[in-house]
Ligand binder design. Sequence first.
Ligand code: COA
Length: 319
Amino acid sequence: MPQRVMTNAELEEMVDTSDEWIVSRTGIRERRIAADDQATTDLAAEAVRDLLRRTGTDASDVDLLIVATTTPDYPFPPCAPIVGTMTGMDHVAAYDTNAVCSGFMYGIAQATGMVESGMARRAVVVGAETLSRIMNWDDRATCVLFADGAGAVMIEADGGEPGTGVVGVEFGSDGTGFADLWVPAGGTRSPVSPQTPHADTCIQMNGREVFRFATRILVESSQRLLAEAGMTIADVDLMVAHQANERILDHASERMGIDRAKVVMNLDRLGNTSSASIPLALADAVDTGMLEEGALVLMVGFGAGLTWGSVLVRWEPRT
Ligand code: COA
């Protein structure tokens, strides 16, 4: 996480909002914002170094690096080759994937498929964002929500027993909602020109629509995945869902009937970090002892696209 903490009190100075409104509508109390000289690859590289340290892995033993991000350093090249070089992974297979807040879930699925098929032996998947760079700091509806950060996991072939590692996945999308959460300009449809309003180069959101979609899809995707795996919510030891909004997580966990003590929540300190939010929540769960070896973990991502993705994992930490 970047060092710099931005509190709700600071946002009160910038836009017409209040700590009370932000906390009651979202659960967010503070978030991290990258320093001016920090970009997405800097945050991603820090997460990867931490992962290599924690797992006692030599960078040269990683043969696949996927960075899930919505906010790359440049339109191209992708972040992953730069992160690979920054962390000593010489000549690693490296690319970015972008499914916004579901991106980390897609990255996990891609890495798992490549490891299971023998195309890679040891993969690192990073979720990294510098959303502060595409935020309209005059728009109170969005600037109180999003933030910066990065997290990473390792997926490796261990010739393990069936039913360990990634147990199942469920993915989907609905492009009819593409403009419910988007950055209108800066791509090939609307390249940025001197006439482009600043607001169109930033995140814009139809909050109510996204809220409706998120609460519905979190429940539906989880239920489809569990049914396919022949399990129920009672089998899940920990739910690590995208940290968008406390109310979304509350609604969904109530409808699913999962005990709140099993739902990881760190958005009060970190806000919505898009593709970084699930690995950051996983890291918190490891550090606080919520996530133990052998736990069945349900991860659910959802967001712009609209996209979603759920992954069921039997957790096998190396540390
Ligand atoms: N501070 C104070 N007031 C604010 C505000 C802020 N930061 N942002 C919006 N408001 C105002 C609105 O202008 C509106 O005022 P009005 O009634 O005078 O027009 C009022 O609060 C209610 O706005 P509304 O959008 O209906 O609020 P809401 O209860 O739907 O909550 C969100 C807004 C954004 C918190 C909610 O829609 C949400 O969480 N959506 C999902 C967002 C999300 O998670 N996105 C990422 C998914 S990956």
